[in-house]
Design a protein around this ligand. Sequence first.
Ligand SMILES: NC(=O)c1ccc[n+]([C@@H]2O[C@H](COP(=O)([O-])OP(=O)(O)OC[C@H]3O[C@@H](n4cnc5c(N)ncnc54)[C@H](O)[C@@H]3O)[C@@H](O)[C@H]2O)c1
Length: 380
Amino acid sequence: MSELKTIGIILNGVTGRMGTNQHLVRSIVAIREQGGVELSDGSRVMPDPILTGRNEAKLKALADEYGIENYSTDLDATLASDRYEIFFDASGTPYRIGFLEKAIAAGKHIYCEKPIAVDSKAAFDIAEVAEKAGVKNGTVQDKLWLPGILAFKKLKEEGFFGEILSVRGEFGYWVFTGHDEAQPAQRPSWNYRNEDGGGMIIDMHCHWRYVIDNLFGEVTEVFTHKATHIPERIAEDGKPYKCTADDSAYALFKTADNVICQFNSSWNVRVRRDDLLTMQVDGTKGSAIVGLRKCWAQSKDQTPRPVWNPDVDSPIDYYAGWDVVDPGPCDNAFKVQWEMFIQHVVEGADFPWTLREGAKGVVLAEKSLESHETGSWVKV
Ligand SMILES: NC(=O)c1ccc[n+]([C@@H]2O[C@H](COP(=O)([O-])OP(=O)(O)OC[C@H]3O[C@@H](n4cnc5c(N)ncnc54)[C@H](O)[C@@H]3O)[C@@H](O)[C@H]2O)c1
């Protein structure tokens, strides 16, 4: 039997929510437990991670809990080591570029969370720096591997929709303000402060960019209205803070395939829909409700024939006549992309989700903000 190859990976900023849950536990630890990533020749490569960050106690606790041998608060020394080929960053958005610059200078391949920067110039600059240095690079675009979206793609490839006309995305849920002690906030406070890289548009329009580009055609134009509906929330230290970032965005996107996409994104809505993200896709031959984990479809033949009459309860159950679509085999979306990035680094497998693609998400966020400021459609 051939010797198991390893690949050294620096995991930076993984004591945070995303870093711990999705990248460390659900991706790297899960990949180690399954015996590594399979390569095209049938051999396997095993991640050899080191956790880096500022707080030694937190890093140690995380490393102990998940059986990771190495951790360090000395990022420079870690970057200087040949043992590690990949640098991954899930730290706070404002720190990303600084970390990526250092890691590229140290010759590491780069993988990181979105948004890759808070402005598009910085985002394209870092993509160019990585390309010029000849390092492989990637941005997390996890939604593309969600079961609901995989099921949608299957339907689309089968021609189920005919011509796709429009998409209505509803995203969000109620994030508690923390004013009531019994109902503490369930997201970090930086998300509601502009100066710390927060804001619905910079957060979610980065996602909507690659979702729309990949599923409904390249985004060509945007119209957005943003709002900060809740002006004050309570921080982790129990003190009130002013919300300087948008907590909601109401957006329309046009695509090169002539699909009109409308996305409402809000942290101030109570959920009465099938999932925290749903996209209703309507086409000439059929429609789908695409959730995170499930996708429901209704064909032309199953479509009911409503007649307007508000004087009686609807004789039609509008939730009937939708079939759940089987997405085929699925794994954690972050893990799937991690495996592909590792295959890309080790054996040059395709990986189109580069820093440059990540920068496009930042462009859409920027154009959305411009649309809000000018009250007009903005070309992307
Ligand atoms: N792909 C997704 O669906 C998704 C979802 C949520 C967040 N994110 C992105 O992930 C990133 C982290 O978000 P989160 O919700 O996990 O936030 P978080 O506040 O829970 O975590 C941020 C982490 O960065 C660390 N950090 C902050 N400043 C640092 C510094 N100077 N040096 C080293 N580490 C530092 C913090 O200690 C913490 O570990 C953000 O960029 C966010 O946009 C992506």
